[in-house]
Each structure stands twice: as C-alpha cells, then as structure tokens.
Design a protein around this ligand. Structure first.
Ligand SMILES: NC(=O)c1ccc[n+]([C@@H]2O[C@H](COP(=O)([O-])OP(=O)(O)OC[C@H]3O[C@@H](n4cnc5c(N)ncnc54)[C@H](OP(=O)(O)O)[C@@H]3O)[C@@H](O)[C@H]2O)c1
Length: 243
C-alpha cells in the first residue's frame, strides 16, 4: 500500500526532484503547481512511465480556498495525506526595504507563510485521523543571514523556521513529525530572475565551487520522512555545501 504525499510547488526545481524521488520510494504523489501546468504534467508522465502513481493539481498556495480544495482532491484520489512537503515559494524579486511595497509583502507572505500555515492545518486534521504523519517545510538559509535586498523573502522564511519549532511540539504526541530543510544556493529557476552579475558573485561565495543540486535536497527530505529519522522533529537542517 502506497503512502500519500503532497508536494507543493512540484512543477519544477526542488519540488519536482522531490516528487520524482518519493514516487520511486513507494509514495503516491500529488504534484501541486500554480502556473506551470505543462511542466507538472511532464513530471506526472515521467513518474507513470516508471510505474509510479502521481496526479497534478493546480492550486495557488496564497489562496486559502485553493489549499482546502487541494487537500480535498487528494482525499478523493488517494485518501488521507501522510507526508506534506511545503515547498512552494517565491522570493518576490530583488528589492531593498527602502522600496518595499505592501503588494510585494502580501504576495511573498501569502505564498510562503500563509500558504504553509494553511497547508499544515489541513494536513494535521488528516494525519491525526490516521495516527501519524510527516511534514517537511522548505525554508532557506536566507532566514539566518537576512538575504541581500531580499529581506522580505528572508523574513518569510524565518517565520517558517519558527512555525516548525512550535508546531512540532504541538503535534508530537500524535506521532506527527515536523521538520524544516534549509537550503543554501540550489541550482533552480528561482535564480533566473537575478541579474547575471549577481549569480557570478554568488558563485564566488560557495565553498564547494558549485550550487547544490535539487536531487541533493530531495534526498534529505526523503531521509527525514523515513523511520531512520524517527526522533527528529522541530529541527531546521541546513543543506549548504559548507557555505
Ligand atoms: N533554489 C534555491 O537556491 C533555494 C534556496 C533556499 C530555499 N529555496 C526554497 O525552495 C523552494 C523551492 O524553490 P525552487 O528553487 O525549486 O523554486 P522554483 O524552481 O522557482 O520553483 C518554485 C515552485 O513553487 C511553485 N509556486 C510558486 N508560487 C506558488 C503559488 N502561489 N502556489 C503554488 N505553487 C507556487 C512554482 O509553481 P509554478 O511553476 O506552477 O508557478 C514552482 O513549482 C522554495 O520555497 C524556495 O524558497 C530555494
């Protein structure tokens, strides 16, 4: 019997790599996407080609009704979720605090923070009924160093770290673990909106001389979901290549 996983923002990047890996490891996976339907369908297709089980469901994490519908659709297709990967996120674009707008803050916090909270709420209701589960939030090391002209993004990820600690304590007695992976610089489209000189400067700061790979993050997520990590909850685990 397959376990059921929802991976938010799984049409590309870290989310897509995680969906592919979980599908290979006996999970029926829900690939949530916002705008990239074609890419989400391609991930579903790749999983099905390998005899895996997957569906793609569109939902804007910044919209509460969409998140509720996402979980209800998964109930209907696969049954209650036992693993939630809160991965969908946006950096909101480079912008110093001097120029920040309420619109930009609302967009970043609604997606990264509110979306994660509401998904946690929906997941925990279901996980209590099946006597256990696992929630992994995808934060960012920006939460610790503040980001560079990305304080809005860094602050949203700091909120995720704090949520992880409090929520893990709340649900520990229900056999539900809550952890966060905190990537450094990973090679994904998230960086495509940055000017090339910014990427060049970023690369110079990476001790291993390269960005992390999406697969490297997904391997950490898979391990955290496993029984090998059964006493790990409320943890924020950096994956930074020593940065
Ligand atoms: N890459 C890095 O260096 C890095 C470092 C630290 C942390 N992270 C975090 O890792 C996570 C994944 O990042 P990534 O680099 O893989 O990003 P990415 O390649 O830009 O992919 C972002 C994913 O999030 C989805 N998404 C964005 N807004 C959404 C919304 N409102 N509702 C639902 N889905 C939404 C996108 O869906 P659509 O394409 O369908 O719109 C896409 O699947 C993010 O939380 C990011 O903050 C990344």
């Amino acid at each position: 019997m397959k376990k059921v996983a929802i991976i938010t923002g799984a049409s590309r990047g870290i989310g897509a790599a995680t969906a592919l890996l979980l599908a290979k490891n006996n999970y029926a996976v829900c690939i949530n996407y916002h705008q990239s339907q074609l890419k989400a369908d391609q991930i579903v297709h790749a999983i099905q080609q390998n005899d895996g089980v997957a569906i793609a469901i569109q939902a804007n994490l910044a919209c509460e009704q969409d998140v509720v519908r996402l979980f209800e659709s998964v109930d209907q297709h696969f049954g209650p979720v036992s693993a939630l990967i809160n991965n969908a996120g946006t950096n909101g674009g480079i912008c110093g605090v001097e120029h920040i707008t309420t619109d930009r803050l609302q967009h970043v916090f609604a997606t990264n923070v509110f979306g994660t909270f509401i998904a946690c709420r929906e997941a925990v209701k279901r996980m209590k009924k099946i006597s256990g589960g696992n929630i992994i939030n995808v934060s960012s090391e920006a939460a610790r160093f503040g980001g560079t002209n990305l304080a809005h993004y860094a602050a949203s990820k700091a909120a995720i770290n704090t949520l992880t600690i409090g929520f893990a304590r709340e649900v520990a007695t229900y056999n539900i673990r809550v952890n966060t992976v905190s990537p450094g610089v990973i090679d994904t489209e998230l960086h495509h909106s940055s000017p090339p000189e910014r990427i060049e400067n970023l690369l110079k700061t990476l001790p291993m001389g390269r960005m992390g790979k999406t697969q490297e993050v997904s391997e950490l997520i898979l391990w955290l979901l496993s029984d090998a990590a059964s006493y790990i909850s409320g943890a924020i685990i950096p994956i930074t290549g020593a940065r």
